[in-house]
Design a protein around this ligand. Sequence first.
Ligand code: PLP
Length: 381
Amino acid sequence: MQKRYLFTPGPTPVPPEVLEAVGAPVVHHRSPDFKPVYERVLARLREVCRTESDVLLFAASGTGAFESAVANLVSPGEPHLVVSAGNFGERWAAMLAAYGADLDVLRYAWGETPAAGDLRARLQEREAKAVWLVHSETSTGVVADVRELAAAAKEAGSLVVVDAVSSLGAVPCETDAWGLDVVVSGSQKALMCPPGLGLAAVSEPALAAAGSSPRFYFDWQRTRRAQRKLDAPFTPPVSLVAGLDVALGLLLEEGLEAAFERHVRLGRAARAGVKALGLELFSPDEDRSAVVTAVRAPEGIDSGAIVQGVRDRFGITIANGQGDLKGRIFRLGHIGWFDVFDIVTQIAAVELVLADLGAAVERGVAVTAALEAFAAAPARA
Ligand code: PLP
């Protein structure tokens, strides 16, 4: 028997209260057993997204919510601009290309932070119906300044679509205040649920800007009409919705601001621990990097060996790099149902495995550094 720990940046650990709700007897989605739950979930999602607009819920992973945005907004041949600095920016680009958009990509090296000035300049050269952004680029640990990027896109008259799959509920994402037209996310990250629910907060201008691509299951108007009557257009995954209800209740009970502050502190703890191990951070050493801490493997060690080592020795799942970063970085997740002991567990395990692998680590200092960074001054002045 080996205890298992899930420390990836999605899926993330799920609180027992949520699992209990997911495991409760199945109810009928058109019955009074479900409708109040559905209504509460839709209202809580608006609260978490900080929007007055409808938040549309789909039985799909986050990529399904992506596809809803592309299928509803894009017409073949229409100009669109993707800002990409990692795996998920590339996913937007690939999907827009698949739908025949006339695509421009403002492309950064993986690990760079997109700059609003670059976006402004690019939109002056070539207009775009919509700008497609990634809030938290889970492949690199960079959290972009979506507020600034959205402002640049708005100045140019473009709609703003944001991938908030790994950011919603972990770092501030002000849908209405920042003028975000579409925010897509998924259940299995900071929302503390199993995978399987995708969501899209959709503004009136975005609904009015519908394109001509074929769509059916992901048609926003169909889902919106049905949701407004609390009558889902297709059988919803009632068990996941019941779990999401409990999870959102926990998040809102903690308070969004308190949750954001906790994530800032978790990020600080992870970075302090990593640096005390003598390792180099790949993700930026800044409070905004509150979702996942990406770390360069020491010279001569494949990051896959670290990932496998913590798994084999301790039952801990952390993440390897993606794409070209596979083997070069590893990623410590800290979104959703995480506390400081989840960070020190990861740090201690990495320390032990690095020593096994022959790396020169100073023993016994990293956990203390992580705990001290977590406890330090308030995250926000
Ligand atoms: N976007 C980001 C930033 C993600 O982290 C993920 C999940 O890994 C996705 C999109 C894709 O979501 P899913 O795997 O739920 O389809």
